[in-house]
Write a protein that binds this ligand. Structure first.
Ligand code: ADP
Ligand code: MG
Length: 630
């Protein structure tokens, strides 16, 4: 490492200065970043208690020359920044030269360091920032920094610390984040002598994520890769069925640095729109790499917030990459075995240590890079033509009456047959050709039947696919309704349904009246608290009119539709759900076939609430279950 210099007061003032040592975890972050900056390949982090009594970070990086070992603890002493120009393109994790000064001021420090290629090393001890001793030392190449009795001389800060357990937990979390950002560095974390985690440091993002976040989370993740004019994004996002209750499993790294970013979070979450259950959040480990000049890390003392020069570009890159991964997900969700079955088929408790990268890959975790087909923008996506016959149908009151007498599945089938008839001749040949080209070839399949009037069983070579018919049909309805650019067909109820509303609900309906009308609902005031539903979307049954409106009202009440687009989606969710065939209903062969084909085409993966529509049991899964293999 180049020798350490003291920044001029001018440059020092330009730096977003601030508190770097708030708690033991901040010490860990700073020491680990120093190790990374020193080019370490192996780093060990050890804590005792909550970290305040003892923190050790050992690395095999470049080490420090004896003359630098003492200087390093002076304020604004850094080897990483020389002048103002350097500030515009920070390549290292550190640059302020503040951390060691701040840490040493509030602890007892013992430093052992030996520069690469040097005959001997140096040992320095400090108390409250003052050097006590500086001696030659026979330590190995690299650096060991031991921080004892953090905040011993600042009782107020010591009192501010939480329980040992909580502080230690934060230390482990912080170290884990740092490790996750550096797949090329092997990090071992010890807590009270016991190993908390270990990352292999083989430079592979997949093994890093797998060993640090565990198999369950890693197993649900999809590869994400994208590049655009000097911006590069790699990493993993969770499949929608693995949504989590909070955002704690969202990890964003920018040039190896863990960051918090509302921009990246929004790009990620928008890409999951309509695929995740409400109140669930995607997990991700995303590595963004861009030129040091296009990101400013000097906006926050702890450097966890950054400012991008091209926010829109970064947003689009992340959004599109995540969308592509979700669309390119070529496997349906893995079968979740019950915990007892899982125990029976999985004898290895220490699974990830003993698992080779190869078997890890074959477990479906490291999905190949999705084909980089351009994202279908709303403008270029082919519009479904199947429902172009609305106008003619609308005119036939008689058809309506008949339609009301049928069950929903019969009705939908009839309706679609009719519509297809009436549109068949009107489809332009060119459009037809385009549609044919875009239809993906389906794998060979055989529909075996249905079980529990809920799951369709499909044989695909050596795999058995189970499809939740309601969930799949709900998604098909939702996509179809959502893609329609005209008003949704409405059916007038012969006997209007009666509804009693309090003032708040009436107000909600009024506010969303226009949207509801667009989507096929006609609701009128009838005097006092009484309202009537005069018409509902043609897809849903009369008996579902009231439940549908009540469900929509409930969503509006709970504030689930803050803007028009989400209100539209929420209403469409309800319509799609009510119009879908239900578990427990009889389903015709033709209908079953249609659902299976849609699922196999890859267009239907999750219901609009984010539940998976299908699951696969492979021969291997079954053989394991029956102990033909172990
Ligand atoms: P900064 O990292 O911002 O430069 P620090 O106070 O963290 O400031 O460190 C001061 C200097 O000490 C660094 O610039 C570096 O030269 C040296 N240093 C700190 N830790 C290590 C280490 N683990 N290996 C080699 N050099 C180190
Ligand atoms: Mg530093």
């Amino acid at each position: 490492m180049p020798s350490i210099n003291i920044l001029s007061p001018h440059v020092a003032d330009l730096i977003a200065a601030g508190e770097v040592v708030e708690r033991p975890a901040s010490v860990i972050k700073e020491l680990m970043e120093n190790a990374f900056d020193a080019g370490a390949k192996n780093v060990t982090v050890e804590i005792r208690g909550g970290g305040a009594p003892y923190i050790r970070v050992t690395d095999d990086g470049c080490g420090m020359a004896p003359e630098d070992a003492g200087v390093a603890f002076l304020r604004h002493a850094t080897s990483k920044l020389h002048d103002e120009r350097g500030l515009e393109a920070i390549q290292t994790m550190g640059f302020r030269g503040e951390a060691l000064a701040a840490i040493s001021a509030v602890s007892h420090i013992e430093l052992h360091t030996r520069e690469k290629g040097s005959q001997s090393g140096t040992r320095v001890t400090l108390s409250g920032g003052d050097i006590q001793e500086m001696l030659p030392d026979g330590c190995p190449e690299g650096t060991t920094m031991i921080v004892r009795d953090l905040f011993y001389n600042t009782p107020a800060r010591l009192k501010f610390l939480k329980s040992d357990r909580a502080e230690a937990g934060t230390c482990v979390q912080t170290a884990l984040r740092c490790a996750l950002g550096r797949p090329e560095v092997s990090v071992r974390m010890l807590r009270d002598g016991k190993e908390e985690f270990f990352s292999p440091g083989d430079g592979r993002e997949d093994s890093c994520v797998y060993t640090l976040l565990g198999r369950e989370l890693a197993g649900s993740m999809l590869r994400c890769v994208s590049e655009d004019e000097g911006l590069k994004l790699t990493g993993f996002v969770s499949s929608p069925s693995a949504g989590r209750g909070n955002r704690s499993a969202q990890f964003f790294f920018c040039n190896g640095r863990f960051i918090r970013s509302q921009l990246l979070q929004a790009a990620l979450e928008q890409a999951y729109r309509n695929t995740l259950l409400t109140g669930r959040y995607p997990a991700c480990v995303l590595y963004l790499n861009l030129s040091a000049a296009s990101v400013d890390v000097n906006v926050h003392p702890a450097k966890v917030e950054v400012k991008f020069s091209y926010e829109k570009k970064v947003f689009d890159l992340v959004y599109n990459a995540v969308r592509l991964s979700l669309e390119g997900e070529n496997r349906t969700a893995a079968v979740e075995l019950s915990s007892s079955t899982r125990k029976a088929v999985e004898p290895k408790p220490d699974f990830y240590r003993s698992m080779s990268a190869e078997s890890f890959r074959s477990n479906g975790y490291a999905v190949e890079k999705p084909k980089s087909a351009p994202l279908p923008t709303p403008a270029s996506a082919p519009k479904p033509t199947a429902f172009a016959g609305f106008a003619t149908l609308r005119e036939t009151a008689e058809t309506m009456q008949q339609s009301l007498d049928l069950t929903a599945p019969q009705k939908i089938e009839k309706f679609e047959e009719k519509v297809q008839d009436s549109t068949a001749n009107r489809v332009e040949p060119v459009e037809k050709a385009v549609q044919n080209v875009e239809k993906p070839a389906l794998p060979a399949y055989q529909i075996l039947g249905e079980t529990m009037k809920t799951y369709i069983l499909v044989e695909l070579g050596e795999e058995l696919m189970l499809i939740d018919k309601h969930a799949a049909h709900e998604r098909m309805n939702f996509d179809r309704l959502r893609a329609m650019d005209r008003e949704i067909m409405s059916q007038t109820l012969l006997t209007p349904a009666h509804l009693r509303l309090n003032a708040a609900d009436a107000e909600l309906l009024e506010q969303n009246g226009e949207l509801l009308a667009e989507l096929g609902f006609e609701i009128e005031e009838f005097g006092g608290d009484d309202y009537v539903i005069r018409a509902i979307p043609a897809d849903i049954l009369f008996s579902d009119a009231l439940p549908a409106v009540e469900e929509i009202l409930e969503k509006l009440r709970r504030g689930k539709a803050p803007d028009k687009q989400s209100a539209r989606d929420e209403i469409l969710h309800t319509v799609a759900c009510k119009a879908a065939i239900k578990a427990g209903w009889d389903t015709s062969d033709a209908e079953r076939e249609r659902i299976v084909r849609e699922v196999l085409s890859g267009r239907v993966k999750y219901c609009p609430h984010g539940r998976p529509v299908s699951a696969i049991l492979t021969r291997k899964d079954l053989d394991k279950m029956f102990k033909r293999i172990v």
